[in-house]
Design a binder for this molecule. Structure first.
Ligand code: C5P
Length: 400
């Protein structure tokens, strides 16, 4: 997703500039070509040498802007960039963008480029909430070129706790990756996607359960990709690491534990959904009996009576309206195609992701995945190992 891709990073004068160093470093290590522009304010916090060292390329400042060159620097950089990230974005530079001003290398390059621009503001809470700043923010939101990462809440460098904290590097990186894939198109705008994630737990007592190794990463990546493409997203998720959810601002989260709870939540939200993407690893069986108190070791059974868990997606597909689409996942070992095809038809799905879980760099817990997409019209597409976010985007491309 990043190898050889051309990413321009504009850094303005805020303390969050130090966090952008991590973004630059991660992108460069992943093989992206990174060029950076520092405003005078940014140079008060970090140096061009810091960014040059991390990006393996000289970083530009206003001194370079005024040097004679064959072609003006802002034109060259503007034409070169595939994605332009501005992080941190100060109130001052936001105001300039809102009004089309161009008084330094960064703002001139914004006007001299046509690629998507991703904005990650960072400032003190009162500054962020100031009427003029909010007006400028609303202004840039109306321009389809700008993609935005709202600042989060938290402790700020001024010791205030409130909004104004720059989006975390992980969230910025996700958006950059998505923009490189989509070029900024919002082809799922107006759609509501219901996505399930993680592995359900079927408890025998409060501490013991039948579970599986699913971590929810694939479902989170699907939610991230869908939201990026303009969908409104509801994610029904089994227990998963809290930090995974940090990239999902604006996604409605419905936490559940068991398959029965997942079924209830999905039934409640399905009628309003255009697409259901069933990435969760739902239990097939559960202990026949649940004990509300923890069983003492001596009372534990050595054989466990089980009951089948209802197939959630097969049930929902019977209530499917003509405009709705249902996509399932089939985690398989060995031959992945035949069982996935069978599930596609048996569960009456529109498409299924045949997902090998016995290959290196794919399946449960991995940041990577690979798959074969199949749909009911007979279309088939093999996806080589890639990040789960890329696989999510490729799936939405396939479903268009
Ligand atoms: O477990 P299986 O391979 O049959 O799962 C295929 C699809 O069915 C997945 O999308 C999974 O989320 C869904 N499923 C379900 N309810 C179950 C088991 C699986 O909806 N009880």
């Amino acid at each position: 997703m990043l190898q050889g891709r051309r990413i321009l990073i504009g850094i303005t004068g805020g303390i969050a500039a130090y966090k952008v160093c991590e973004v630059v470093s991660t992108l460069a290590k992943a093989g992206a070509e990174v060029r950076a522009i520092l405003t005078n304010g940014a140079e008060a916090f970090i140096t061009p040498l810091t960014i040059a060292t991390l990006s393996r390329h000289p970083a530009y400042s206003d001194r370079d802007f005024w040097q004679p060159r064959d072609r003006p620097l802002h034109i060259e950089l503007g034409e070169w960039a595939e994605v332009f990230l501005i992080a941190p974005l100060t109130a001052n530079t936001l105001a300039k963008l809102a009004h089309g001003m161009a008084d330094n290398l960064l703002t001139n390059t914004v006007l001299a480029s046509t690629c998507p621009v991703l904005l990650a503001p960072a400032m003190n809470t009162d500054m962020w909430q100031a009427a003029a700043v909010q007006r400028n923010w609303q202004d840039v939101l109306t321009d389809r070129r700008y993609h935005t990462l709202e600042p989060g809440e938290g402790r700020l460098a001024c010791d205030r706790v409130g909004s104004g904290r720059m989006a975390e590097p992980e969230e910025i990186l996700g958006q950059v990756r998505s923009l490189l894939h989509t070029g900024g198109k919002r082809d799922l705008a107006g759609k509501h996607l219901l996505i399930s994630a993680g592995g359900t737990r079927e408890h025998l007592d409060p501490v013991r359960f039948i579970g599986n190794p699913a971590t929810g990463k694939m479902g989170v990546a699907l939610a991230q990709a869908a939201q990026h493409r303009g969908a409104s997203v509801t994610l029904v998720h089994a227990p998963l690491e809290a930090k995974l959810l940090a990239v999902l601002k604006g996604v409605r989260l419905v936490p559940i534990v068991s398959a029965a709870e997942m079924q209830q939540a999905l039934i409640a939200h399905f009628a309003n959904a255009d697409w259901l993407v069933m990435a969760a690893a739902v239990a097939d069986v559960a202990p026949a009996e649940f004990h509300a108190e923890k069983l003492p070791k001596r009372s534990l059974p050595t054989t466990l009576p089980l009951r089948f868990v209802p197939d959630i997606v097969a049930g929902l597909s019977q209530q499917k309206q003509p405009h709705q689409r249902i996509i399932g996942f089939a985690a398989q070992t060995g031959d992945i195609l035949a069982p996935a095809l069978e599930k596609l038809h048996q569960k009456n799905l529109d498409a299924i992701v045949a997902n090998p879980i016995d290959q290196p760099d794919s399946g449960f817990g991995s940041d990577q995945n690979q798959a074969i997409f199949l749909d009911r019209t007979g279309r088939k597409q093999a996806i080589d190992p890639c990040s789960k976010l890329e696989l999510a985007h490729r799936l939405f491309d396939f479903m268009r």
